[in-house]
Design a binder for this molecule. Structure first.
Ligand code: HAM
Length: 425
């Protein structure tokens, strides 16, 4: 019996890895242009971290987390809570009051797997801690937009404000009253959410619930003066940076730590999985986790979704990786020499391949083609005895003699000079 990967956990095969690396490289490049530094955290954290940050009554914590119940630890379902834990634990604000941190890695949620929705998935996560100006929100959103543009993706941006501990609680009460009067029209989940997490009803996807909430009161109309001003200034700053957006007053997000600005990058091209990335402000979170009273804002993008969308929307050719040179040893006498030369080539920075099987030249040239080698050095037994080999350019099919004189290191150096001159654009 073959053993297969677990449902919802996927291998990323070499043919797909090029695209992943490309996305990660673009992300690192853009994040660093905005002054972000990388941070890496462990995959396992105390369960309590996620309960206290994401919220006990959220789907993520209640239903989707992989928890080792007897040990009180869980596999991270997202990165923000871990970044905050590390930030507080190491007192990062002491060295630098505003921290811009990013991380890239796997997250785990026990959701029903489907296209673009995995149980192990990967996020590009960026957080700005210690700055509360609305222009920071706009700058962070603009960074997300820049990455999506750089990847050639056509994705829309929706924006909302979730208020703060001053204006949200009275709104929640009003919403509960509204929902209680319409219980019979709500789905079973939303009947329950009316008490446990009423805001979530606003973004239920069931048609009957959607019809009900169209009439629901809007938080945007009852934001406190500070939250209202913040939201207005975020919108103005986005306009100044020429970032188009739409207001979606039903956006609530599935994590409880959000305050004020929330946003989602959306696509219609991934079926039910509309969000390519999402984030928002979390001004009370750090204090709630025992840290200093600092505000924060961040977003995360799903790497699987970015990769799928790139394939679907532009199928941009990612430069195929190949080898610089393939050393084809013909006849057993040449193998030891060819092995030494290959090692010297690698030592000097070349991507060099060799086949020890003693196969025919035809078979070795075929192999060199398969691995996308730019050159092949053919070391035939008779020529080798005479101190010669043949260098074949796999693009032009041209062949020229190569003198095997001097030490192996010298030969490698000369060979590389030829290879790199020829391969230069
Ligand atoms: P989130 O909306 O839960 O937010 O996830 C962010 C992104 O991760 C989603 O937009 C999606 O692209 C991807 N994602 C989430 N779940 C899955 C899944 N099961 N399979 C594939 N991709 C998935 C957060 O995680 C917040 N921590 C974002 C944030 C950072 N807010 C502030 N800072």
């Amino acid at each position: 019996m073959k053993i297969q990967a677990i449902n919802g956990f996927k291998d990323i095969l070499p043919e797909a890895v090029g695209r992943w690396q490309y996305i990660e490289q673009q992300a690192r490049d853009i994040f660093e242009r905005f002054g972000f530094q990388e941070i890496r955290m462990p995959i396992l954290e105390k369960t309590e971290l996620f309960v206290r940050s994401i919220g006990e009554a959220t789907d993520v914590v209640e239903k989707e987390m992989y928890t080792f119940v007897d040990k009180g630890i869980a596999m991270r379902p997202e990165a923000t809570a871990s970044v905050m834990r590390a930030f507080i634990e190491h007192g990062l604000h002491v060295q630098q009051p505003v921290q811009r941190l990013y991380t890239i890695g796997p997250m785990f949620r026990h959701e029903r797997p489907q296209k673009g929705r995995m149980r192990q998935f990967h996020q590009l996560d960026a957080e700005i801690i210690g700055a509360s100006e609305p222009r920071i929100d706009a700058e962070l959103i603009a960074m997300g937009r820049m990455l999506l543009d750089e990847l050639g993706l056509n994705v829309s941006l929706e924006l909302n404000s979730l208020g703060c501990p001053v204006c949200r609680p009275p709104f929640k009460e009003r919403l509960v009253l509204f929902l209680e009067e319409r219980q019979e029209a709500l789905c079973d989940d939303c009947k329950r959410r009316t008490r446990t997490n009423p805001l979530r009803v606003l973004d239920c996807k069931k048609p009957s619930c959607r019809a009900v909430v169209q009439e629901a009161p809007s938080l945007l109309e009852v934001l406190c003066p500070d939250c209202d001003r913040h939201f207005v200034e975020v919108k103005t700053a986005l306009e100044e940076l020429r970032i188009p957006f739409q207001i979606n007053r039903f956006m609530v997000r599935g994590l409880d730590y959000y305050t004020r600005t929330t946003f989602e990058f959306l696509t219609a091209d991934l079926g039910a999985q509309a969000a390519v990335g999402a984030g928002g402000r979390y001004d009370g979170l750090i204090e709630q986790l025992g840290g200093p009273p600092l505000s924060g804002i961040g977003f995360a993008m799903g790497l699987e979704r970015l990769a799928l969308l790139m394939e679907q929307q532009n199928n941009r050719l990612i430069p195929a990786k190949g080898m610089d040179i393939f050393v084809a040893a013909l006849g057993t006498a040449t193998i030891a020499f060819a092995g030494q030369l290959t090692h010297a080539l690698r030592h000097q920075g070349a991507k060099a391949a060799i086949d020890y099987s003693g196969r025919s030249l035809k078979a070795q040239l075929k192999q060199a083609g398969r691995i996308n080698a730019r050159f092949v050095l053919i070391v035939g037994e008779d020529e080798w005895m005479k101190g010669e080999a043949i260098l074949r350019d796999m693009q032009t099919q041209e062949q020229r003699p190569f003198a095997l004189s001097g030490s192996t290191e010298e030969q490698a150096r000369r060979l590389l000079a030829m290879v790199w001159t020829a391969a230069a654009p």
